[in-house]
Design a protein. Structure first.
Length: 209
């Protein structure tokens, strides 16, 4: 059984004392507090979701709902979510072609897209630019570029979703391909001789999306 102190910490800022029968919502808990509480439980190895929190408002109900659940996502082997008819080897070959990779070792994992992702991709194909976003940000002149790159590389390494591409199998199903390594960097000066090259890159990116 999960104790109230563990779960109560997710919204301890709301009140100084949390009882086992106190309601999360009546104590002022909102969606952001629910996300925070779910994250706290996850760090404790507990499978508490935002849905659990709203379905079981009191701490004792939440504890009962998740007492027999543990997080095991970390134990899911790479490529284990692939299934027929597409097949693992064929999907790896396909990912290498579509992502323009030279070595299968560059692929960290492959797994199916969710129905929502497939739907959004289908709509984007019909309406180019839909559900996509690109932005430009001008770095201050005092920023150390190498430090900035290292910071982004570390963020990319820690978050596979930033290294994930969408591919489509022969069956029509879409998959997420997680690529190893750091993100590629390209350098352009938009205030000097590279201005034309920079503009071509920007236009090409927006044409792509």
């Amino acid at each position: 059984m999960v104790d109230s102190a563990t779960l109560g910490g997710g919204f301890a800022d709301t009140t100084s004392h949390i009882g086992q029968v106190d309601s999360f919502l009546r104590l002022g808990g909102d969606s952001m507090a629910a996300i925070k509480l779910a994250g706290l439980a996850r760090r404790q190895g507990l499978a508490l979701t935002v849905g659990h929190i709203y379905d079981h408002e009191t701490l004792i109900e939440m504890a009962a709902a998740i007492s027999t659940q543990t997080l095991d996502s970390a134990n899911i082997a790479s490529f284990s979510l692939l299934s027929e008819p597409d097949g693992r080897d064929a999907m790896i070959d396909l990912a290498m072609r579509q992502c323009q990779l030279s070595d299968a070792g560059e692929i960290e994992d492959l797994y199916p897209c969710t129905p929502l992702q497939e739907g959004l991709m289908a709509l984007t194909a019909k309406r180019p630019g839909a559900y996509t976003f690109a932005t430009e940000y001008e770095l201050p002149s005092h920023i150390n570029i190498e430090s900035f790159k290292r910071a982004w590389d570390e963020v990319s390494e820690a978050n596979p979703i930033l290294r994930t591409r969408i591919i489509q199998a022969g069956s029509g199903s879409m998959y997420q391909a997680v690529i190893c390594g750091v993100l590629p960097w390209e350098y352009f000066d938009n205030h000097g001789p590279d201005m034309t090259k920079w503009q071509e890159w920007v236009n090409g990116w927006f044409d792509f999306i």
